[in-house]
Design a binder for this molecule. Structure first.
Ligand SMILES: Nc1nc2c(ncn2[C@@H]2O[C@H](COP(=O)(O)OP(=O)(O)OP(=O)(O)O)[C@@H](O)[C@H]2O)c(=O)[nH]1
Ligand SMILES: [Mg+2]
Length: 215
């Protein structure tokens, strides 16, 4: 599978040569993740300098989820991106399903997965910038999420509320108790994302070393 993806990447590289895109263009390019993308990289600074990291980006649409399982077997950590701005939107693949509800269900099945019982799972509550914009436009959460009730319709209250919900799902469904790692993110903001990823790198590394020590 790796070979096929690398071949695909080579094509994309070809196309990029004539066109000098900025990082921001790349980040905002409206590309859906199709299939599983593998990225290998080596940090040129920091504690894991020189070590290879492998990152697999798996598509989140319902039809892509079946492809995840083989990757769960031997993984140090999972970064689960849950977009929290679409609390008032439906899935493209099933117009009856609220996108936030769908993220809750998916989060629950990842937390409950026995293969991942001892895997570190790091939750990114993502698209906070878009959530903020929606709230500023006056869109009320409780109109789509009745349980939100009379709480203040602001970013801090909303993120705390959603975070609490994800935390409870993790606590109630994980086969073995696990720490709850969460970050509020807007991944188009490269500077703050770099800080978040630094913390994630540290945390994965610490866990990796702790396990190596136990073995
Ligand atoms: N404003 C903003 N846009 C974002 C953020 N994260 C992703 N996007 C944009 O949202 C669009 C769709 O990306 P994602 O929602 O990550 O979806 P995807 O990776 O295609 O979908 P799956 O991997 O299948 O779940 C892209 O144009 C991204 O640049 C964010 O935090 N803020
Ligand atoms: Mg994606």
């Amino acid at each position: 599978m790796g070979g096929r993806h690398r071949a695909g990447d080579a094509g994309a590289e070809e196309a990029r040569r004539d066109y000098q895109s900025t990082d921001d263009d790349v980040i905002r390019a409206r590309l859906r993740t199709l299939g599983v993308q593998e990225y290998r990289f080596i940090f040129d600074h920091g504690r894991t300098m020189g070590q290879e990291w492998r990152l697999y980006d798996v598509g989140g649409t319902r039809s892509s989820r079946g492809a995840w399982y083989p990757y769960f077997d031997d993984v140090d950590a999972i970064i689960f991106l849950a977009p929290i701005s679409p609390f008032d939107e439906k899935l493209a693949e099933d117009r009856r399903v609220n996108r936030l509800e769908d993220s809750y269900l998916l989060w629950r099945s990842v937390c409950a997965c026995k293969l991942l019982a001892r895997t570190q799972i790091i939750l990114f509550l993502n698209k906070c910038d878009l959530l903020q914009a929606k709230l500023q436009r006056g869109i009320r959460i409780r109109d789509s999420v009745p349980s939100f009730g009379d709480r203040k319709n602001d970013l801090g209250t909303a993120t705390r509320y959603f975070q609490q919900h994800f935390k409870e799902i993790s606590r109630n469904n994980s086969p073995v108790q696990r720490p709850f790692y969460v970050h509020l993110t807007s991944v188009i903001d490269t500077r703050s994302t770099a800080v978040t990823l630094g913390a994630v790198e540290e945390s994965i590394l610490r866990e990796h070393l702790r396990r190596a020590d136990l073995m």
